[in-house]
Design a protein around this ligand. Structure first.
Ligand SMILES: [Fe+2]
Ligand SMILES: [Fe+2]
Length: 232
């Protein structure tokens, strides 16, 4: 039986859950993309995979997790021993993320650099294994936050706490959560959209990326269009 998600009555809770959806979709897309290329016995678009890992590093790792560890978690510490133990584990996860993403980037570089040699399949397997482990690790992490920490925050924090959190959380947001990306990031998302479009139907992820990469109201460009991000 699935655990019910918290009712989102504060902007900061809503932002956390939307950013979780964006990160989940990106992680699942990378794993699916790798599986699809393995099934076809083809090499992936390495530039697109690099762009996807860059997104995970640039938004979830550098913006989302610090907002939780620095702003939300301290307000919940001391509530009870179980909560403190859960927060310790989540803070350790956040601290581990930086190193984990570097290992992933190195494994991808190894796969790319050695793809023309007899090491190609071993390097592919190394990257797939690390990527799957990273995705499972963060999907479980987000599940714990949504089932244990957010409901507790909802029930114990004061109006003053929420006013402070909401102001801080609204300051920096992941562009894959329903608002326009900064111009500088549009080529990044366009590159990812292009790779996903040519690798099967990734549904929600593709729509989220397309709306972040393109002007509001514009349909995604057809395959082959420069904004589709192909080029490899
Ligand atoms: Fe987190
Ligand atoms: Fe989170």
């Amino acid at each position: 039986m699935s655990t019910p998600r918290p009712t989102l009555t504060h902007p900061s809770l809503s932002i956390i859950c939307h950013e979780h959806r964006a990160l989940s979709a990106m992680l699942r897309s990378i794993v699916l993309l790798l599986r699809e290329h393995r099934r076809r016995n083809t090499l992936p678009d390495f530039d697109a995979l690099q762009a996807m890992l860059f997104y995970v590093d640039e938004f979830p790792e550098k913006l989302h997790h610090p907002k939780e560890s620095r702003l939300l978690f301290p307000k919940l510490r001391g509530h009870d021993a179980h909560t403190d133990a859960v927060l310790d584990r989540l803070d350790r996860d956040h601290a581990h993320g930086e190193q984990a993403i570097r290992e992933l980037e190195h494994a991808l570089l190894g796969f790319r650099t050695m793809s023309g040699t007899r090491q190609c399949e071993a390097r592919r397997a190394d990257f797939e294994t690390l990527m799957k482990k990273y995705a499972e690790f963060y999907l479980d992490h987000m599940h714990v936050e949504e089932t244990e920490i957010l409901p507790l925050a909802q029930s114990v924090l004061s109006d003053d706490d929420w006013a402070e959190l909401d102001a801080a959380f609204l300051l920096n947001r992941d562009p894959l959560t329903g608002h326009q990306a900064d111009e500088a990031y549009k080529p990044l998302f366009a590159r990812i959209v292009g790779a996903l479009r040519h690798s099967g139907n990734f549904g929600t992820m593709l729509e989220a990326l397309a709306s972040a990469a393109l002007p509001t109201g514009s349909p995604p460009p057809p395959p082959g269009h420069p904004a589709g991000g192909e080029g490899s």
